[in-house]
Design a protein around this ligand. Structure first.
Ligand SMILES: Nc1ncnc2c1ncn2[C@@H]1O[C@H](COP(=O)(O)OP(=O)(O)OP(=O)(O)O)[C@@H](O)[C@H]1O
Ligand SMILES: [Mg+2]
Length: 353
């Protein structure tokens, strides 16, 4: 399936603050870890949205909230237009079926005492309506086949598999309930480079085979490049730039994205010579103590007085806004390199004003 302009997941002002407490007996809240601090994005049906950012910027916390493994402190998550943020009971169960997660570490996310058959078929225990008991073994074998594993391995244990095969088991499990959205949290980060491409190719194939939409989380821009239609760059609990994959790679407008990209190796020597290597100074500030105004300003070479006072919105200044929807290229910087995005064929821009 190819990307559409029909939103499947919409995230609006998503926040997760973990209370920071002191004392053991009488816990006193002394602050908050602002793990996710106002995230907005839309996932369109059939597309892959890559989310990248350094360790600790809140990627996994976003993933967990999308899959209802964490409750948001604030904000709204919509699935096909319906607010699913605070569902409970049956309605929650129905939605959860549709949004499944694939985890980062295939070595620790699979229960070592369960057989592959039990692991992949476990979701049917929670959703027996999807597969009657007598039909589960056949379904699990089919899933193993779909992800490129021998269906006869159904009785084996996770330790009998390689890292790449284990991640295939995790993916088969994620597919068991036939979800519409898969949130993959660094699904290849723990794998050898040679195996990463195989798993990415598998995810790519499954996307068209099962009409899936992906949120694909990674540390590294070079990994998401292969699979993403669009990319969102996260910094300290927020998305600071988002746009089509080629826009982000070829014309990054946010200084943080420019810095991240300058660290990605470029195979073409000529392109390499033309690119400046940006070395960021200073550490990432603590999520318990986020800078005022623009959160990136303490490490930014463009920062000015305005950046201390004013939080930049994730948008293109109105006069430059050419398009909305999947083709929009937004940047949360007061001094973003303003660039008019050319709409792709078949897409209509809002036009300025
Ligand atoms: N349960 C929790 N309680 C308190 N703080 C937490 C909790 N979970 C995450 N955090 C903090 O929230 C911030 C974001 O964590 P998160 O795991 O979402 O980051 P990440 O981008 O996935 O990082 P990584 O790339 O290392 O996986 C970190 O500072 C982390 O320490
Ligand atoms: Mg993580």
């Amino acid at each position: 399936m190819t990307a559409t302009t029909e939103p499947i997941l919409e995230v609006d002002g998503l926040v997760k603050h973990y209370p920071l407490t002191q004392g053991i007996l009488f816990k006193k809240q002394i602050g908050a870890v602002k793990a996710v601090d106002g995230v907005d994005f839309t996932l369109y049906k059939g597309e892959t949205l890559g989310i990248v950012g350094e360790s600790g910027c809140g990627k996994s916390t976003v993933a967990k909230m999308l899959c209802h493994l964490e409750r948001p402190t604030a904000g709204v998550i919509r699935f096909k237009g319906e607010d699913i943020t605070r569902l409970s009971g049956r309605a929650l169960k129905a939605v959860r079926r549709n949004i499944q997660m694939v985890f980062q570490d295939p070595y620790t996310s699979l229960n070592p005492r369960m057989t592959v058959g039990d692991i992949v078929g476990e979701p049917y225990e929670i959703h027996p309506e999807v597969a009657p008991k007598g039909d589960r073994r056949r379904r699990v074998q089919e899933l193993l086949d779909v992800v490129g594993l021998n269906p006869e391995y159904i009785s084996r244990y996770p330790h009998q598999f390689s890292g790449g095969q284990r991640q295939r088991i995790g993916i088969a499990r994620g597919l068991a309930l036939r979800p519409e959205v898969i949130v993959a949290d660094e699904p290849v980060s723990a794998l050898d480079v040679s195996v990463q491409a195989q798993v990415i190719n598998l995810l790519d194939r499954l996307q068209s085979e099962f009409d899936l939409s992906y949120v694909f989380i990674a540390h590294d821009l070079s990994i998401v490049r292969h699979i993403s239609d669009r990319v969102g760059v996260m910094y300290l609990g927020r998305i600071v730039e988002t746009g089509r994959d080629a826009e982000i790679y070829d014309h990054p407008t946010h200084p943080y994205t420019q810095a991240l990209l300058s660290a990605v190796p470029v195979p073409d020597p000529e392109a390499r010579d033309h690119r400046e290597r940006i070395i960021l100074t200073g550490d990432v500030p603590s999520p318990t103590d986020i800078p005022s105004g623009c959160r990136f300003r303490t490490r930014c070479w463009k920062a000015q007085e305005r950046c201390v006072r004013e939080v930049p919105a994730l948008a293109v200044p109105d006069v430059f806004r050419a398009v909305s929807g999947p083709a929009a290229h937004d940047s949360a910087c007061h001094f973003a390199e303003e660039r008019q995005v050319v709409p792709a064929e078949g897409e209509h821009g809002n036009g300025p004003g």
